[in-house]
Ligand binder design. Structure first.
Ligand code: FAD
Ligand code: 2HG
Ligand code: ZN
Length: 498
């Protein structure tokens, strides 16, 4: 069971309820918003707002008072100021690829969605300083491309990189497949520009590597999921380009073998090890069933697979040898049964597609219950072995689609419904998730490794934290957003909700 929610001393209630949807105040607000950003960028028609009010999973579908699309930082500030004056709460949105419902409005129809979709300028690239300065609405893949054009690498890599934005990545502290080598988003940012809940602009766009002048305000906004302000710009770190790769899809017997293989890979490849991902057979089968053109690279099925990649500079000639040494050692130690090594960029892309296609394939398959958990790496194998039977006992025929960033101790333990049993999964969802979260908490893990808490896990997040932690988080929220107008109900539950 979830631990009882800690009691808190002070209550934040969003002022959004002050809005009378039939009243003149709404029309006044819409007028102010139109003045701030131009008529064409305030959307209110159902068809125009449709894509902004439903999340990628389809689980969270709300209503918006309006969707506003500012084109500059000063326009964002004007929108926030107008909303604050009217007591309307604001839901920041980037690419709307979030997986916990944090970027879409609730069902009240009183919230304003503030989309950063028009703020797509790469402001500056400085290859020598190793920095890139961008608007928050720049799509992640465009940041990667701009870095590559300057002969540098922006390493963050997500399956959603063609749609998600840097603002969303920062707001969720996104992870992805390069964390093992380069860290989470918070390790890739040097400075931010933020519109605060009171409409002021904080210009913290400094690309300094060293700045010990007090509290780290930049990091406060990273992972804040739109609850403390709106990120409008960022200075990000660039790294030397890694145009050379050695990539393999490896059949392993179980999670314990995958973890042991990780140790071998670290030993042989050192800093060149950039990716170490895991997927179970169920995950691969969904990709083979639903991803056009996907094929199994190995002759025999295996219960588990690892995607391992080494990356290096143009001058790094030894990557293929290092990969071969890893695989030879793995076979000798009985850790790997077989492996497919990419012999060309096209084969590398095909192996990556097997991993990156899992989310989409599982969505096509039907109802899914997602769990984005981290555990200490040395506990992962036992945890997977223990949780499977508990799931089966709770819902017969439930299909664990287990995959993720095993090198970071992060598994996506996503349950697909029993065949034909989507409703059964929905009915059993609370019991299944509680069993998973309880066991993760007991193992000193986290119930959200990289996707954030959003709406989906706001209550659970608070219930697994200590009273001290929740008090500190609420104190920060109160200090920056005393009226509770920034994304209420996301990350922290509304008081009174559990
Ligand atoms: P949105 O979905 O628009 O918003 C997400 C949250 O950030 C919301 O709370 C929103 O209010 C807030 N927000 C957005 N922009 C701003 C801003 N400018 N200022 C303040 N708050 C803001 N995530 C991972 O971590 N690792 C993965 O490997 C990964 N793979 C994915 C694969 C697929 C196929 C999909 C669909 C999603 C994946 N995600 C992954 C989840 C998602 O892509 C990330 O959470 C991403 O960082 C969200 O960016 P976005 O621009 O789409 O944000
Ligand atoms: C991934 O690692 C993403 O592919 C998405 O984090 C996970 O869809 C999911 O649950
Ligand atoms: Zn992930």
């Amino acid at each position: 069971m979830w631990r009882e929610r800690p009691t808190v001393a002070l209550v934040i209630t969003p002022r959004a309820r002050l809005i009378d949807l039939q009243g003149a105040s709404v029309n006044d607000l819409l007028d102010h918003l139109r003045t701030a950003v131009g008529d064409a960028h305030v959307l209110t028609d159902g068809a125009d707002v449709a894509a902004y009010v439903v999340d990628w999973t389809g689980v969270h579908a709300g209503q918006a008072l309006a969707v506003v699309r500012p084109g500059s930082t000063s326009e964002v500030a004007a929108v926030v100021t107008a909303c604050r004056a009217a007591g309307a709460s604001v839901v920041p949105q980037g690419g709307n690829t979030g997986l916990v419902g944090g970027g879409v409005p609730d069902a009240t129809g009183t919230q304003v969605v503030l989309s950063l979709g028009r703020m797509r300028t790469v402001r500056e690239v400085d290859p020598v300083a190793g920095t890139i300065t961008v608007d928050a609405g720049v799509v992640l893949a465009d940041v990667q491309d701009a870095a590559a054009q300057a002969g540098r690498l922006f390493p963050m890599s997500l399956g959603s990189e063609g749609s998600c934005t840097i603002g969303g990545n920062l707001a969720t502290n996104a992870g992805g497949t390069a964390v093992l080598r380069y860290g989470m988003t918070r390790e890739l940012v040097l400075g931010l520009e933020v519109v605060l809940p009171d409409g002021r602009i904080w210009d913290g766009l400094r690309g300094l590597r060293k700045d010990n002048t007090g509290y780290d305000l930049t990091q406060l906004f990273v992972g804040s999921e739109g609850t403390l302000g709106i990120i409008t710009g960022a200075v990000l770190r660039l790294f030397p380009a890694t145009p050379r790769h050695a990539t393999a899809w490896v059949a392993v017997a179980d999670v314990a073998a995958a973890v042991a293989l990780l140790g071998l890979a670290q030993q042989h490849a050192g800093a060149h090890l950039s990716t170490f991902e895991i997927a179970n057979r169920q995950a691969l089968e969904l990709v083979l069933a639903h991803l056009p053109g996907a094929s199994d690279p190995l002759a025999e099925p295996s219960d588990w697979y690892v995607l391992v990649e080494l990356a290096g500079a143009q001058t790094d000639d030894g990557l293929d040898d290092a990969l071969e040494a890893i695989l030879t050692a793995a076979v000798e130690a009985d850790l790997a049964a077989d492996a497919a090594i990419a012999g060309s960029p096209a084969q590398r892309t095909a192996l990556w597609a097997l991993r990156e296609g899992i989310s989409e394939a599982q969505k096509v398959e039907g109802a899914t219950l997602k769990h984005d958990v981290t555990l200490p790496i040395n506990r992962l194998a036992d945890w997977v072995a223990e949780i499977g039977p508990k799931m089966a006992a709770t819902l017969e025929g439930v299909r664990p689609v287990t995959y993720g960033h095993v090198g970071d101790g992060n598994l996506h333990y996503n349950l697909s419904a029993p065949v034909g049993g989507d409703d059964d999964l929905r009915t059993a969802a609370a019991d299944l998730s509680t069993a998973i979260y309880d066991s993760v908490a007991a193992g000193n893990g986290s119930i959200s490794a990289e996707h954030g808490l959003g709406r989906t896990k706001a209550a659970a997040g608070a219930s697994y934290k200590s009273a001290v932690e929740v008090d500190l988080m609420r104190a920060v929220k109160r200090a920056l957003d005393p009226d509770g107008l920034m994304n209420p109900g996301v990350l922290l539950p509304l008081v009174g909700q559990s």
